[in-house]
Write a protein that binds this ligand. Sequence first.
Ligand SMILES: N[C@@H](CCC(=O)N[C@@H](CS)C(=O)NCC(=O)O)C(=O)O
Length: 222
Amino acid sequence: MSSGGSANVHEAPLTLIGYRYSVYNWIVRGVLHHTGTPYRFEDFDPFSQDLDAHPHPFGRVPVLRHGEVTLYETAAICSYVDAIQNASPLMPTGALARARVLQVTSIIDTYGYWPMIRQVFAQRVVRPFEDQEPDENEIAEGLQSSARVLAALEEIAKERVVLSGDELTLANCHLGPMMSYFCRAPEGASALQDYPALSRWWSQILNRQFLRDTDPLSNGPA
Ligand SMILES: N[C@@H](CCC(=O)N[C@@H](CS)C(=O)NCC(=O)O)C(=O)O
């Protein structure tokens, strides 16, 4: 153990327990990939597998194990991975930039995940993939709720402290997979076009290596 109370990355192996298609799993994998952190992947589908022995008190994924450390909540896991290399290159140093990173992460988790991923992406993209009919009402409702999220993120992108597209921070790592899944629904991609600063940010981020190399729909889970 280091003096910071975390297991040394070089001494203890990291295990990521996640569902291969989960957007949150993708976020963590992007950060692990970008920071060059080696890890082992354990695929766990929280929607269909037995949760009794699953080490997440709310039955979700992802969970990170590092020696004796068990961590859940994606933002906490990403911050930990970014910090265990004693560098934290993905967290900016300025007071406002740090706050904006946390704000973007919180906006997308609290207000964005459900409409953008569970309503728009899951209904339009995942259900047909599973030979199921999408629920058009869910999609319409999801798009309506997403508009407020996109408008809030547009204001942050306009400011260009974070989401400028030039920098790589935990905000990009968190929002990138969410935006990628959202835009795979044609309605999602078209909704984004109403927000020029956010669209500009997305056009500069979508081909970044950390996203491309970890994309669950075009690459393996680990
Ligand atoms: N607040 C959690 C959210 C994680 C989450 O919702 N993961 C989804 C997969 S993308 C999940 O495990 N869902 C299972 C369920 O809803 O039962 C985090 O930040 O890690």
